[in-house]
Design a protein around this ligand. Sequence first.
Ligand SMILES: Cc1ncc(COP(=O)(O)O)c(C=O)c1O
Length: 369
Amino acid sequence: MIKPLPYVEKIQPYVPGKPIKEVERELGIKRCFKLASNENPLGPSPKVVEAIKEFISNPEELARYPEGSGYYLKNALCEKFSKQGITISHDDLILGNGSNELIDIAVKTFLGPGDEAIMAKPSFIVYAMSVISQGGTAKEVPLKDWRHDLEGMLKEITDKTKIIFISNPNNPTGTMNYKEEFESFMKELPDGILLVMDEAYYEYVNKLDYPDTIKYFQEGRDILILRTFSKAYGLASLRIGYGIAKSEIIKEMNRIREPFNTNTIAQIAAEVALQDETHLKKVIEINELGKKYLYQELDKIPNIKYLPTQTNFIYIILPEDKSSKEIFESLLKEGVIIRPVGPREIRVTIGLPEENKAFIEGFKKSLNI
Ligand SMILES: Cc1ncc(COP(=O)(O)O)c(C=O)c1O
């Protein structure tokens, strides 16, 4: 049989959150809650649903290729930033089939066999997968006090380093690095290394000292800021995200980008979603309420630890005599899907009140409380 490239065999395949239908089918459960993939439990704005219905009622449009440049969505993004006093042009933007695709495009554009990329451990697993798939080396720097060890990451830089990935806030811990420490990091970061700032959970952050990464883009630094419509905008199924970088970087990435990488429905949905600020506010409010409830209930459970989160998920460390696998399986039987992310660590997405309640009840039961 044909052999894969030697570095392809080194990739640990991504294990997605278990789908609801699969659990219902396998365990014969009627109602199952998925709190495993940091999806938005409220879904997208109703205005998005209307816009999609209108689009699909026109079969002729369905037969056409998408607008490859994403012109209208880019307009909407530029307008949104302009309202915040930030000037961004179409040339500074790139759309992706989820921000995931933009990670891949950045890697393919700037890193080759033998090159290195630096990232935290644990962090978003796709960074390492993408780097290894190009024959590069993923240098993982352990988190320090559950946050990116920015100084430690700088120390790992060699003349082979092409990319540094920072997930801020970080998946799976939900923690973030602050403005001041980030400022010092940026002072030390040499030119010629692409900093990929993955801000997939940006909309959920409620801390004032969140780093202003747009500032570094405006200063002309080698930075690519990634954001997504999969989380707070509730469009994970449509796969759409965007990147902001100086036009020289975007121009190079566009050479690698497939001509029609984002589909028309996703572009329309994202454009409409951006305009419904009331819905976004509601999403954040529900998340804050769910977070408060979960903190309150988790505080009552002995021998567990959780990390305060800046996202729509919570990282929980189990008692020493419990494994994440056994808790995952026992919660499945209660109809709640969560994500084991380490031997004793689980990650739970903040859901709607009834979902959060089902998790807490199932969690206590699986801990024999
Ligand atoms: C930190 C981080 N980055 C990127 C992504 C990818 O998001 P998407 O490809 O749906 O935009 C995720 C998804 O879970 C994530 O957690």
